[in-house]
Design a protein around this ligand. Structure first.
Ligand code: ADP
Ligand code: ADP
Length: 228
């Protein structure tokens, strides 16, 4: 269970991003965070990834209070979290294989274990034939799949994705959403920031709507509002 208690976030420059957010996300849930541009979606994801610290409130992941983690403890936390960035953040000078291997190298695994796991993961996303290619030689949808493979290679308990279908055409967007569905079915909690209304309708899940840094609605597809 991930729990946010009265989270507020004001950036250094004084920009208020989140006002007062309380949320409970059970293990294995599939949750959309939606709302207009500037509502605070990306900020919420970055707080969960410990890329930003909240200005107030507390975040619990399981029994761990992750509100003010630093340094090595952030690296440990990220072993449990995969992040698919909006602009992919792939290293363009490295091959697909090297990009996906990176999080495992950081963990200091053996070369044999790394190559086995990377190959399996690339098979899973259907890119095992492109492992020696560089990101810029791939289509947008393929780059997105590399980004998902890199996020999933650590077997995270939580997968965060920021506008993962924003730049993809309909067919690729559906393909990527089906991939998130399969990942969720293996037990991984999935949290997606999106304003892709079509995907929200095609793949209905609990949807948290943010407006000006507050939760204004939180409902499951059967219409049940989640208690805040
Ligand atoms: P969304 O993802 O819903 O578009 P964001 O979380 O990116 O919303 O932004 C929420 C608010 O915080 C916006 O007003 C935005 O300008 C501000 N903001 C986001 N990131 C930063 C940052 N790194 N520094 C300062 N202000 C930021
Ligand atoms: P345990 O060591 O028994 O797993 P934790 O306190 O680490 O105890 O976790 C309790 C629950 O919270 C787990 O079932 C796990 O799924 C969830 N959890 C813990 N940390 C994370 C995390 N970083 N991301 C997602 N879920 C987490």
């Amino acid at each position: 269970m991930i729990q946010l208690f009265n989270i507020g976030k004001i950036y250094q420059n004084g920009a208020p991003a989140l006002h007062d957010i309380s949320l409970k996300i059970p293990d294995g849930d599939f949750v959309y965070v939606t709302g207009s541009s500037g509502a605070g979606k990306s900020t919420l994801l970055r707080l969960l990834y410990c890329a930003e610290k909240p200005s107030r409130g507390q975040i619990l992941m399981g029994e761990r209070n992750t509100t003010r983690l630093r340094g090595r403890n952030v690296s440990y936390l990220r072993r449990d979290i995969g992040f698919v960035f909006q602009d992919f953040k792939l290293l363009n000078s490295r091959t697909v294989l090297e990009n996906v291997a990176l999080p495992l190298q950081v963990q200091g695994l053996s070369r044999h274990e790394i190559s086995t796991r990377v190959y399996q993961m690339l098979q899973y996303v259907g890119l095992e034939y492109k492992l020696q290619r560089k990101p810029l030689e791939l289509s947008g949808g393929e780059q997105q799949r590399v980004a998902i493979a890199r996020a999933m290679i650590v077997n995270p308990r939580l997968l965060l994705a920021d506008e993962p279908t924003g730049n993809l055409d309909h067919e690729l967007a559906v393909e990527i959403m089906e991939m998130f569905t399969r990942i969720n079915e293996t037990g991984t909690t999935v949290l997606i920031a999106t304003h892709d209304k079509e995907m929200l309708e095609l793949f209905p899940h609990r949807t948290v709507v943010l407006h000006a840094g507050n939760v204004v609605s939180d409902v499951t597809p059967d219409g049940v509002a989640t208690a805040i």
